[in-house]
Write a protein that binds this ligand. Structure first.
Ligand code: PFF
Length: 457
């Protein structure tokens, strides 16, 4: 039985606790770890940003993720039905979290498919030409040639969209999960190998200092909001996606400890990606604040210094494309489940209508480095705008309401029942800490950061 099957009568969920952990990781680990984390860390001052990111992850990300999973397991349905079922009165519009989540999923996909397209293009390029070089000018040129070409940008985005649509309609999402299970460890090992090479480059010390030695003068409100948004984005939370995943978790699964393991593994993958990139930056004179292109311009340099570098870079982008696909399947699943439920469309129709709309809106992100480069509403390209609105507005606001719902609206007995599995686990200390954090700390932090970024203080 596929975990993506929405029919309540046939719900069976993950067969094992490990299955639930792996599938949840499949949604969490993606371009957020390998592409977004390093470039945002590079843009926002390195280690100081990492500190903010860790605070955001443990004080907000982890509690909100536990909240979503427990809501999902308590409701055992899709986001909207779950929120309707669990709200104290049907008149309270908590289901809007699900609706806002669908909007977030749509906007994330609009730019995520473009970056995934770059990854796919690099998979093919690493086979057909030599993309390895330690010269920043050369690797930048390779990247620019791709993104400034409107035809190639659209082509690769559509390849990605059709692939993801196909995976969902042909019901092979389960196959993707089985594949993810094998590939996550491989990605991990490959990152370790790249890290060993990166750490033996002459600029490794400077790279590590940038990543791990905080310069607290770099801390700002903007950086705090970005760190918070990154934590939400990376953990796939704040939009209800994890409510759906939680609905498939087993009754005897320990929610806090499994969630903690997801968060730690997700963090490990990001740090390994950072360790692969920053030594290269400081060895060959790349710009740490290069932005969205950072991954693509720096990696060819580290692989250029490795035996069989051509093979390794191919494997690296291939594994990254699988990680990105797993994350995209979970995003499109949110949209398909929503259209299926809200507009009574068949799954097949819902998938292809979604893919069509994504191709339309997504193309405005794909063309933002070429044809539409001059179109910058609110001072941002459309690519940046979709990214900003989701990570820095929709996900934190969604997370705020999820924390408020679990902390203040849901009966504490229900929270305790989920976190102790009906009293069979002696998680009492954990429950107490969780309730305190989810009531006071997480909502307050999100609120302060959001209001501060609006200039309220
Ligand atoms: N967590 C994914 C990543 O880090 O790449 C992105 C993502 C997937 C965000 C699913 C939100 C989501 F619902």
């Amino acid at each position: 039985e596929s975990v993506h099957n929405q029919a309540p009568a046939k719900r069976s969920g993950f067969a094992t606790a490990l299955g639930a952990l792996i599938a949840t990781l499949g949604s969490a680990i993606g371009l957020g770890n390998i592409w977004k984390f390093p470039y945002l860390t590079g843009e926002n001052g390195g280690a100081a940003f990492l500190v903010l990111y860790l605070l955001a992850t443990f004080l907000v990300g982890l509690p909100v993720m536990i909240s979503e999973i427990l809501l999902g397991r308590a409701g055992r349905a899709n986001v909207i039905t779950t929120m309707r079922k669990l709200s104290p009165s049907p008149r309270q519009p908590w289901w809007l979290i699900g609706a806002a989540g669908a909007l977030s999923a749509f906007l994330i996909m609009a730019f995520y498919t473009e970056v995934a397209g770059w990854v796919f293009a690099y998979v093919v390029r690493s086979l057909t030409s030599n993309i390895l070089s330690t010269d920043p000018q050369v690797t930048l040129q390779t990247f620019n040639a791709l993104v400034s070409d409107p035809f190639q940008s659209l082509l690769w985005q559509w390849v990605v969209l059709i692939l993801v649509g196909g995976i969902i309609t042909f019901g092979v999402a389960k196959g993707i999960e089985a594949t993810t299970k094998r590939l996550i460890p491989l990605l991990f090992i490959l990152l370790l190998i790249v890290d060993v090479r990166a750490l033996t480059l002459p600029g490794a010390g400077a790279g590590l200092a940038f990543l791990f030695k905080p310069d607290f003068s770099k801390i700002s409100t903007t950086a705090a909001l970005i760190a918070l948004g990154l934590a939400f984005f990376k953990l796939s939370i704040g939009m209800g996606a994890m409510i759906t995943y939680g609905s498939y978790w087993k009754d005897d699964q320990n929610i806090p400890s499994t969630t903690l393991r997801v968060v730690l593994s997700d963090l490990a993958v990001s740090l390994l990606a950072g360790i692969a990139i920053f030594p290269v930056v400081f060895t060959y004179g790349f710009e740490p604040a290069a932005g969205t292109k950072l991954l693509f311009i720096t990696l060819p340099a580290v692989f250029a210094q490795m035996p069989l570098g051509n093979v390794f870079i191919f494997l690296f982008f291939l594994l990254t494309s699988f990680a990105a696909t797993g994350a995209m399947v979970s995003l499109v699943e949110v949209l398909v489940a929503f259209a299926n439920e809200q507009f009574h469309l068949s799954r097949k129709a819902a998938t292809w209508i979604t893919v069509g709309l994504l191709a339309l809106v997504g193309s405005t992100a794909a063309l933002s480095n070429s044809t539409l480069a001059g179109f910058t509403p609110f001072g941002k390209t459309l690519f940046d705008l979709y990214d900003f609105v989701t990570s820095n507005v929709l996900l934190p606001v969604g997370g705020l309401f999820i924390a408020i719902f679990v902390g203040w609206v849901l009966k504490p007995e229900q929270v305790i029942a989920q976190l102790t599995n009906g009293g069979t686990l002696s998680n009492h200390g954990v429950v107490r800490v969780f309730l305190f954090v989810v009531r006071y700390i997480s909502p307050l932090l999100v609120l302060v950061v959001l209001l501060d970024s609006l200039g309220v203080f």
